[in-house]
Design a protein around this ligand. Structure first.
Ligand code: HAX
Length: 440
């Protein structure tokens, strides 16, 4: 990895020294109180994690090392003639904490291309699965199978000094990121294109090569993949995929095992699978109304029906955000340039025009605005990638950049095994009465 690894080590050593001092001088400062409701209801708002790669503001949305998505679309290096940032650049920013130069990004693209070989036994494992297996399950199994390649696991078994962990974790993370597009594209072509696979093109950037291996060799789709893989990469540390990756890593499980855990979380319908659910929800609505262009009144009625049936409106709401997700807005802007007349894109925009008011009127949904998943499927459909069950895999390929950069930081900073305290309802009842409870 050469200079990127060296630069990371310099940065990480300096941050580790700062953290040591912060803990020594301020370690007893209270960050906040925890309520009984928070303990029962998903730990919302409890500050209990450190994630260096990005920070989420409820109103402004995600910032990667201080940069918003519009800023990154402007400042990150682009492919020659390209309009959207290269995700390698965002990875560099999350890892090193500074904007990369064109050369830094070219170096990362070339490194990922060089490391992208996937051993045949991984494809054999995929081939053994029933073709009907969900693409996310195939993806998770393939990543777990690839764990055999973990350098960290091998070196740990040989016995290594804990100061060296970060170095092998770093190598594993780079190798895994490099290999994911090939694995994902293999799953796609196997399931949907009769196993007619497309060989990688080592001259292309990471996202461009993914687009090429998926089989969508056109400029618009390349631009979409570069934008998509950039904006889905990270959303601070508490979301399920990031938190799962980080948690499992704290047990010193290697990056393959950690990332597979993160992907199993991303596969949930309240998290990354929501992109698939949005498209299914729109298609079900269109089928029921017998039109591919429902009007706003029809959409309003369908939203109310969804709520009455006790279902969620996918693509809306968020545990932290309280405004329209800037990742939604970035995709909307992309669609305005590339496909403003697409019927599904127009439906996404019409849902946006009516849903917030209806969801807000329930009085219980804390964020009635769209999240990242409300828009992505319509863009993929527009460019011909119509198989929505695959959408979360694309999200997963992108998410690797953030959570694996985070894992490098976790090990470089020497974070210990994670082990928050849990209690039972018996304990809570006694606590309310002011009684002490004996713990086993
Ligand atoms: N439709 C219907 N009801 C919703 C809702 C929605 N879009 N969003 C929230 N609610 C409901 C909750 O289910 C909850 O109901 P109960 O009290 O009956 O349990 C109530 O409103 C309060 O929930 P909240 O505090 O506003 O939201 P949470 O922090 O608990 O949950 C979720 C956040 C994102 C899971 C939620 O908004 C949701 O289910 N949205 C739809 C699924 C979705 O789009 N997920 C993707 C989120 C972004 C992401 O991670 N992408 O990968």
């Amino acid at each position: 990895m050469g200079f990127v690894k060296d630069r990371f080590k310099v940065k990480a050593d300096s941050v580790a020294a700062e953290i040591k001092q912060i803990i020594a001088e301020h370690g007893n400062k209270v960050l906040g109180e925890t309520t009984i409701a928070q303990a029962y209801q998903g730990m919302r708002g409890i500050i209990g994690l450190i994630t260096e790669t990005s920070l989420l503001d409820a109103e402004d949305g995600i910032r990667f090392r201080g940069y918003s998505i519009p800023e990154l679309r402007e400042k990150l290096p682009k492919a020659p003639g390209g309009t959207e940032p290269l995700p390698e650049g965002l990875f560099y920013l999350m890892l090193i904490g500074e904007l990369p130069s064109e050369e830094d990004v070219e170096h990362l693209s070339a490194t990922f291309a060089r490391k992208s070989h996937v051993p045949n036994y991984v494809f054999d494992v995929i081939e053994k699965l029933p073709i009907s297996t969900h693409p996310m399950t195939q993806f998770s199994i393939a990543i777990t199978a690839l764990q055999k390649e973990s350098i960290f696991a091998k070196e740990y078994a040989n016995g290594i000094n804990k100061k060296e962990y970060w170095s092998y974790i770093f190598e594993d993370c780079m190798n895994l990121i490099a290999r994911l597009p090939r694995i994902a594209a293999y799953i796609y072509r196997r399931k949907y294109k009769n196993g007619d696979h497309i060989q990688p093109n080592g001259m292309l950037d990471w996202a461009g090569n993914f687009a090429h291996m998926l089989g969508y060799d056109n400029k618009g789709f390349y631009a979409l993949m570069r934008l998509y893989l950039t904006i889905h990469a990270d959303h601070e540390g508490g979301n399920v995929s990031a938190h799962a990756t980080h948690l499992v890593g704290s047990a010193l499980s290697d990056p393959y095992l950690c990332f597979a855990s993160g992907m199993n979380g991303l596969a949930g319908p309240l998290h990354g699978l929501a992109n698939q659910e949005v498209v299914k929800w729109i298609e079900d609505m269109c089928q029921e109304l017998n039109t591919n262009a429902p009007n706003k009144d029809q959409i309003s009625d369908y939203i109310k029906k969804t709520l009455t049936e006790g279902k969620v409106v996918p693509g809306y709401g968020h545990a932290v955000l309280r405004k329209t997700d800037p990742r939604f807005t970035a995709q909307m802007e992309f669609a305005k340039t590339h496909c403003p007349d697409d019927p599904m894109v127009q439906t996404v925009w019409n849902v946006y025009a009516v849903a917030p008011e209806i969801l807000g009127a329930t009085g219980k949904i804390k964020n009635p605005f769209p999240n990242v998943d409300a828009h992505s499927g319509a863009l993929l459909k527009h460019f011909g990638l119509i198989e929505e069950e695959f959408y979360t895999v694309i999200f997963g390929v992108s998410r690797a950049l953030g959570v694996l950069a985070g894992l490098c930081w976790d090990r470089a900073l020497g974070f210990p095994i994670e082990r928050p305290k849990s209690v039972d309802t018996h304990w809570i009842k006694a606590f309310i009465k002011g009684e002490a409870v004996k713990e086993d």
